[in-house]
Design a binder for this molecule. Sequence first.
Ligand code: ZN
Ligand code: ZN
Length: 279
Amino acid sequence: MAKIVVGVSLNNDRTPLPSPVKCRAIVDTGANRLTLPLEWRDKFGAFPRSRKAVAQTASHTVDAEVCGPMEVTIDGFPPVSTDAVFMPMMPGEDGKYEPLLGHIPLEACGAVVDMENLRLTHAKYIDVKSVGDGGTVAITGGCHCGAVRYSIPCGGAGGGAGFCHCGACRKFSGGVGGAWLGVPEAEVSGEVVSYEHKADSGNVITRACCAQCRAPVWLRNSAMPTMYVFAAGSMDEPERFAPRVRIFCAAAAGWALPEEKADAMKRFEGMPQKTGGGG
Ligand SMILES: [Zn+2]
Ligand SMILES: [Zn+2]
């Protein structure tokens, strides 16, 4: 999953600056809010709402300030008001800061991630559902033997769900590819064995399997370090998986896209009789 960068303009919603702050921001659906460098805090003047907070990064905690309302306009989308988190950030390679756009401002202005074309697109509908079944009951799951278990709060709100037919997911699954449920937060228990590889994008993908039964359970992508991406087949209630995208279809084997080949295939509801086999 490559990085999506968009143009954004920012302003204090109640006492606007003469000209808004324009920047490039990284779409990070694994994050909740708009995250800005602490160094920019004073540019925006006083906000009606402001509180000190502690932000947790991948490796440590830092002092942060949550301020709002901030007017956020993503290029091509209507302006929305949202709270922003100011925290210490490292500038990118070009010396410029790259703020993060989390799922709250994205959903507020109707922007959804188009994984195939790696850009933001307009949502057809206002999304009142999450990747689960409405965002109130945790999604649970685990490996085949039960040693690894996970729980995703609130039905996976802010997440994404779909199939990946890339070569890595096909090899790793040993089948048609991956069915994945990506969520911003989850509790995971049990021992895993993990394997790292580099994607074509340069991002490091970590794939984890149960240390006992070796069933694939989750993967993580260095580009979205806060996100857990679970193997959808490991969910206790697989009907709650609501896939919306099918990515890397160009890399899919012809037999891996069943709906396009449905006419040519016999359909079985379960294991065909007489031939026997696993399952
Ligand atoms: Zn297991
Ligand atoms: Zn893949």
